[in-house]
Design a binder for this molecule. Structure first.
Ligand code: ASP
Ligand code: MG
Length: 402
């Protein structure tokens, strides 16, 4: 007998038919003699719709506490409906809200972090042979107020339960059947991976692969919880996410694209020590997250610095820099939103020469110009013009994976 944690995303419980389908999946598992804890998200686009309702009431910004009270209602609906569907099939079941399942979080409303899970209730319900359905994405803080874990947080709820209960398996069901080497809707030759490491998955998650929330992958890595990403609609094996995978032929596991990038250039800075420090210090104070950075060679006593930020932070960055114009005798600050970051990810690239040249050759053959380059141990990214991004992904994918 094993303890299995299963998480179902919003699309997997979007309507009555889907809820019934999930009830079948979990009761099949229970019938095998296993203990089953299920974590669910809000149905379909419920969370987005609730946010819209809040904005309708007060477009100037509702309080985060009340937003949490509102948003947790989405998951409350799904756990009740799913428990009813399981009841209908004649199995013992109980639904629990986050606080009932023991989720203690810090007090940061809308982006709370899990502090611990008190597992007594979960253990007691398993001892009674109940299938447990837990509301994902929510907990309670030390003031007994309801909190949420940030968008996409129910993946993290599932991993946290698996870690706290020492589960034998943690399965994340979604509407795709696993993790692919590129977005299968765009790159028809994309291949599904049998296995991927936590580090690779983290890079792909942050780069917009959108199968797993990255905080959940961080937590899975920390507590060594093996994850399986699989489809709730098709019965087949998914992708396993774990610490080490068997060596495969392919050094590069995936190609990812991120169009949510702005490139900001500061032209004509004084070529002197401390200039870069002062600029990035101001940006840090304004909590602007910098990704890639490029500094030109100094000429005639001046230099240029360019860097990328997420599209949503670009106005903050420009505002912070505007105040510096006079202090640094800057000639111009320009913003280019028509950029995209394309990256290759693979743990094998650390020990293999020639990866960069192969990627650049593929871009050259596709006639795509590189604006910036950044590397980490298991990732190589280039900044290019946005309209060439799909073409670039395809060319790089062809070069490395097919
Ligand atoms: N319902 C929440 C959201 O849409 C949490 C989740 O889906 O994981 O962000
Ligand atoms: Mg959702």
């Amino acid at each position: 007998m094993a303890l299995i944690v299963k998480k179902f995303g919003g699309s997997s419980v979007a309507n009555a038919e889907r809820v019934n389908n999930v009830a079948n999946i979990i009761t099949d598992e229970y019938r095998k003699g296993n203990d089953v804890i299920v974590v669910v998200s809000a149905q379909g686009d419920t969370t987005d719709e609730l946010i819209e309702k809040a904005n309708e009431i007060n477009p100037n910004g509702v309080s985060k506490r009340e937003m949490d009270v509102l948003l947790t209602a989405g998951e409350q609906i799904s756990i009740a409906l799913l428990a009813m569907a399981v009841e209908k099939l004649g199995f013992p079941v109980i639904s629990l809200l986050g606080w009932q399942a023991g989720f203690e979080t810090d007090a940061n409303h809308t982006v709370a972090r899990i502090k611990k899970i008190n597992t007594e209730r979960l253990k007691a319900e398993l001892a009674k042979k109940n299938i447990i359905i837990v509301a994902g994405f929510q907990g309670i803080n030390k003031y007994d107020d309801i909190t949420t874990l940030g968008r996409g947080g129910s993946d993290t709820s599932a991993v946290a339960i698996a870690a706290a209960m020492n589960a034998d398996r943690c399965q994340i069901y979604t509407d795709v059947d696993g993790v692919y080497s590129a977005d299968p809707r765009k790159v028809t030759s994309a291949v599904k991976m049998d296995e991927i490491t936590y580090d690779e998955m983290l890079e792909l998650a942050t780069l917009g692969a959108q199968v797993l929330n990255n905080r959940s992958v961080e937590m899975a890595k920390k507590y060594n919880v093996e994850l399986e990403v699989l489809s709730s609609l098709e019965k087949k094996k998914g992708t396993i996410v774990k610490e080490k995978v068997k060596m495969e032929k392919t050094l590069i596991r995936g190609v990812a694209k991120d169009e949510n990038v702005s490139c900001i250039s500061i032209i004509g800075l004084k070529d002197a020590p401390g200039v870069a420090f002062k600029i990035f210090n101001i940006l840090a104070q304004k909590k602007v997250n910098i990704d890639m950075i490029l500094q030109s060679v100094g000429r005639d006593g001046t230099k240029d610095i360019s860097f990328t930020v997420s599209f949503s932070q670009s106005p903050d960055a420009v505002r912070a820099l505007d105040g510096l114009k006079d202090r640094f005798e800057v000639k111009a600050i320009s913003v280019n939103d028509e950029t995209a970051k394309v990256s290759i990810v693979g743990a094998g690239m650390q020990s293999h020469p020639g990866i960069a040249s192969k990627m650049f050759e593929a871009l050259y053959d596709a006639n795509v110009n590189i604006q910036m380059i950044a590397t980490s141990e298991i990732k190589l990214s280039v900044l290019i013009e946005q309209k060439s991004a799909d073409k670039a992904v395809q060319a790089i994918h062809d070069a490395f994976i097919n």
